[in-house]
Ligand binder design. Structure first.
Ligand SMILES: [Zn+2]
Length: 147
């Protein structure tokens, strides 16, 4: 994997709402591994799909709409991304992609905020995540000495 804004965005999303999963196969020693995102916001899922396709060097992946849950879903099979992003995420391994350059850092933050963030009426940005380690890392990286 080469560092890129698209990869940083994908990492940011998977640190939030995105997921990686393994589907066991009957055949021994063979597993399908997937990376994906389910969300109500169509544009968000489309952006994730675009970045995912670019990172994997594949043709554009079209999100599908799941009527029963009212969500858009995009999934792609990738062992490399699965290994990189399986949870709990290994921040030490991800650093070189996230902190590659300012554009990558911004893309990571955008991906994370797109999935976990919300803005209230007064313009404050909230990011909710249950992984304290991850939040601490975000604050240190992006606010520096202010955090
Ligand atoms: Zn970069």
């Amino acid at each position: 994997m080469k560092p890129s804004e698209e990869l940083a965005y994908v990492i940011g999303v998977v640190c939030g709402d995105g997921y990686v999963k393994m589907k066991r196969r009957v055949r021994k020693g063979y597993n399908d591994v997937w990376i994906g995102l389910k969300a109500k916001d169509k544009e968000f899922v489309e952006e994730f799909a675009r970045c995912l396709a670019k990172v994997l060097g594949r043709r554009p992946i079209r999100p599908r709409y799941v009527k029963s849950s009212g969500r858009y879903v995009v999934e792609a099979e990738s062992k490399t991304l699965y290994e990189l992003l399986k949870k709990p995420v290994d921040l030490e391994r991800l650093k070189k992609y996230i902190e590659h350059c300012e554009r990558c850092m911004a893309a990571f933050l955008r991906g994370f905020a797109d999935s976990e963030g919300s803005v209230n009426k007064r313009g404050y940005i909230f990011i909710l995540n249950t992984d304290l380690r991850l939040l601490t890392y975000m604050l240190r990286s992006f606010l520096g000495d202010l955090a």
